[in-house]
Design a protein around this ligand. Structure first.
Ligand SMILES: [Zn+2]
Length: 294
């Protein structure tokens, strides 16, 4: 009797949890639709050898060089096609992409990496924590069980890319003259990686920061998360940023800055936005202090 009761209670809990997860996902989906979702976006040069090749919201970046190119993030599996079309539209060849990087391994940023890797033969670099998740096709060890279960049965995951190299915090990944420094800014996920590098545009050398997501999802939490976020915000505040971007294009104003760049005297100027970078970090800190999720 007691046994049956416990079994029934477990079932009720499971159904309730699945219901909550479904609502959260539905909410996120609705939100993504509202801000333009994952539709195709015009690729463009941000500055120097640094280009946008992502979708309307899922960011992807191309950094070009004489010894090959780097692509940072790939969107969902279905976004990878858009990324490749954007690279081609800018006049570059996918087979010249030699290095793949990732901000964090959730499906909206790591999902398309395997497709890009297959098309290019590029080597993927990842932090230890991200490497595990990427190589498993998106399993998040801190994810809630129903989501993990959906990943295990192939509903939620993505084709796993091959992780060729792992880096440590502060390592620099080089490809010819391209040099990107990895900052493991944990919080959203344990291996969340921000990147800093410089681009040369005309006679200017500009500092670029690609900041990882700093928010917490209800569906992905772990005990040291608040301390990690605190540290990550501090690290990001210490990085000089003339140009800043994140893995969600709406956060750094992709469309607004792109439109402004088409009429600006110098098309790079609208992307120079240290105030926006500080505001992004201030907002992340406020979210942390108030215990809000996103
Ligand atoms: Zn994420």
């Amino acid at each position: 009797m007691l046994h049956h009761f416990i079994k029934r209670r477990r079932l009720v809990v499971l159904v309730a949890v699945l219901g909550v997860v479904a609502l959260v996902l539905l909410g996120r989906w609705g939100n993504a639709r509202k801000v333009g979702g994952q539709g195709p976006a015009e690729p463009f040069r941000i500055a120097g050898n640094f280009y946008y090749v992502g979708a309307t919201d899922a960011s992807a970046f191309l950094i070009t060089g004489p010894q090959g190119h780097v692509v940072l993030d790939a969107g969902y599996p279905t976004t990878a096609k858009l990324v490749m079309a954007s690279i081609a539209k800018l006049g570059f060849n996918i087979s010249d992409v030699k290095v793949l990087l990732n901000s964090e391994p959730h499906p909206d940023h790591g999902g398309g990496l395997a497709v890009l890797q297959e098309a290019s033969g590029a080597q993927l670099w990842a932090s230890d924590a991200s490497a595990e998740s990427l190589a498993s096709g998106g399993d998040d060890p801190d994810g809630v069980l129903p989501l993990r279960a959906l990943t295990w049965i192939g509903v939620f995951g993505y084709p796993p890319p091959r992780v060729d190299h792992r880096f440590k915090d502060g390592d620099t990944i080089r490809l010819g003259p391209i040099a990107l420094t990895a900052h493991i800014t944990a919080g959203h996920t344990r291996g969340c990686t921000s990147w800093s590098f410089t681009v040369h545009d005309g006679d200017r050398t500009l500092n670029v920061v690609s900041a990882c997501d700093l928010g917490v999802l209800a569906t992905s939490q772990y005990p040291e998360q608040a301390a990690d976020r605190e540290r990550s915000i501090r690290v990001l505040r210490s990085l000089p940023a003339d140009i800043w971007v994140t893995c969600h294009a709406r956060w750094w104003g992709r469309y607004r800055k792109f439109v402004a760049s088409t009429t600006a005297k110098n098309p790079v100027d609208p992307f120079i936005d240290p105030e926006g970078y500080r505001a992004f970090l201030d907002a992340a800190e406020a979210e942390l202090r108030q215990g809000r999720m996103h």
